[in-house]
Design a binder for this molecule. Structure first.
Ligand code: G6P
Length: 471
């Protein structure tokens, strides 16, 4: 039996240079997390390869190379990228789901492109999937797809996972196409979220917009039920926990230590996104340096920002503000042998990132809103000999499981400042105890367990629906 994972992006990003195709890993929690998933099913992936090939021959070449890896590309035009990806997905749905209401843009061309691209994905799935196969749709870029598939191929087993927050009814009701989008999601047999809160918001929104009644975690639609659940996504725990044993990571640890010398290292790693609270974090760090001169020259903030969606206006503006803020902190406090913020505007290879996790005394993970946040889990998992402290926003889905982190409200700049002092003065014994407690949770709730739980529940729903149809 085949499992088709369907997501906007494939876990590989293709580009073309002088007629040669180059393959790189995609960024973002979803692609990284799901790519390391092990399952008994024959795993196939359907998604956009991250570029628009020029001409039929280039398309065919790209498709052939990807299909050999069981990656099935959906090619999008530059216009579709502008209206479906940068438009409806990332200028309408993303800000709405992250409570950035003022950033939402509504345009007829966005909504039409979103429908057309979801339809294109539907056609690709229909071409490939056979009866008995499982189709697992991922994330907000494809919310209409489960409904389209249910109509075209009612016999398929369809699951949907929402990787970002599902907002309260008061926010979601603002969306002009709210009913169409909810009906799209209800095409799935199972709709799942990272936390109970997101699930609760979804149930209440469906009840109030579509006037359907849930019985606990199920809603009946004709001769079938749709089940909802909260299943927090995990990471490939062994990969991170074993990282410090790898020679390449050890070598990178030495390089990282040399770079930061005897300074304490505070680490922040994010995709460029206003939901990540990057500016608030910089304001918090500036306040910390301002009010605690004893830490000047002693603590460095390593800020890793992975470029993302920089053609969307709000992202491009944010980038400018971040550059300015970092420039202003460094301009004010740098000395001949210390730069307060060490800024990297690019991603890192796994070994380099794992080395930074190993060395960092503090991880500052302070999103204003985040569906889950896997960086927080990766940092904790990587820790072995050298302890450290996780400062974590209450607004990240990960806060539910990582209760031993120093949890803060990222809107409170004073709290960011105080938590840095608390982290830097925390006794080593307490650091170790907190890390151990959190590792105990995340070492069992891995990405494989998450997927297995999802697929098991999806199967239980399918069996229930078969019984209902036989009645
Ligand atoms: C988040 C979303 C994913 C998305 C990723 C990267 O993790 O939940 O669906 O793929 O960000 O964003 P991008 O727009 O570059 O695919």
């Amino acid at each position: 039996m085949k499992l088709y994972i369907v997501s906007n992006r494939l876990p590989v990003k293709v580009s073309e240079q002088e007629g040669r195709l180059l393959f790189a890993r995609s960024e973002g929690g979803l692609a990284t997390g799901l790519d390391s998933l092990h399952t008994d099913y024959e795993k196939h992936w359907i998604g956009w390869p991250g570029f628009c090939p020029d001409g039929e021959e280039c398309r065919r070449k790209t498709a052939d190379e990807l299909e050999a890896l069981r990656f099935h590309p959906v090619f999008l035009t530059a216009g579709q990228i502008a209206d479906y990806y940068e438009g409806y997905s990332n200028s309408t749905i993303w800000p709405l789901c992250h409570y950035f209401f003022a950033y939402t843009r509504y345009k007829a061309s966005y909504r039409e492109a979103y429908r057309a691209v979801n339809r294109l994905f539907c056609e690709t799935v229909c071409r490939l999937a056979e009866p008995g196969d499982i189709v697992w749709v991922q994330d907000y870029q494809l919310m209409l797809l489960p409904g389209m598939l249910r109509e075209a191929r009612p016999e398929l087993e369809i699951g949907y996972f929402h990787h970002i927050p599902f907002p309260s009814y008061e926010l979601f009701r603002i969306l002009p196409e709210r009913a169409e989008v909810l009906r799209g999601l209800l095409g799935a047999d199972l709709v799942a979220f990272h936390t109970h809160d997101y699930m609760r918001h979804f149930i209440s929104t469906v009840e109030r917009v579509l006037h359907l009644d849930f019985r606990l975690d199920e809603v009946q639609l004709g001769d079938r039920v749709v089940r909802v659940n909260a299943l927090p996504m995990g990471i490939n725990y062994d990969l991170y926990h074993g990282a410090s044993q790898k020679p390449e990571v050890r070598a990178a640890v030495e390089r990282t230590r040399r770079l930061f010398g005897s300074h304490k290292l505070v680490l922040a790693v994010d995709r460029l996104d206003y939901s990540k609270g990057i500016l608030h974090r910089l304001w918090g760090f500036a306040a910390f340096l301002e009010h605690h001169p004893e830490y000047r020259g002693q603590v460095t903030l390593a800020m890793v920002i992975v470029p993302s969606r920089d053609h969307v206006g709000s992202y491009a503006e944010l980038k400018t503000h971040i550059d300015e803020e970092i420039g202003s902190i460094n301009g004010k406090y740098s000395t001949m042998d210390w730069t307060p913020v060490c800024y990297f505007y690019h991603g890192f290879a796994f070994e380099e990132l794992a080395a930074m996790y190993c060395v960092a005394d503090v991880a500052l993970v302070t999103p204003l809103r985040d569906g889950m946040n896997l960086v927080a889990k990766e940092y904790i998992a990587t820790k072995t000999d050298n302890p450290g402290v996780l400062i974590l926003s209450e607004m990240a889905g990960a806060a539910v499981e990582l209760s031993e982190a120093l949890q803060i409200n990222p809107n409170d700049i004073g709290q960011i400042e105080r938590s840095l002092v608390e982290a830097l003065t925390m006794p080593v014994g307490e650091q170790r105890r907190r890390i151990r407690d959190m590792q105990r949770t995340i070492c069992t709730q891995t990405v494989d367990k998450w997927a297995a739980d999802f697929l098991e529940e999806l199967d239980a729903t399918r069996r229930k629906n078969e019984r209902l149809r036989r009645k």
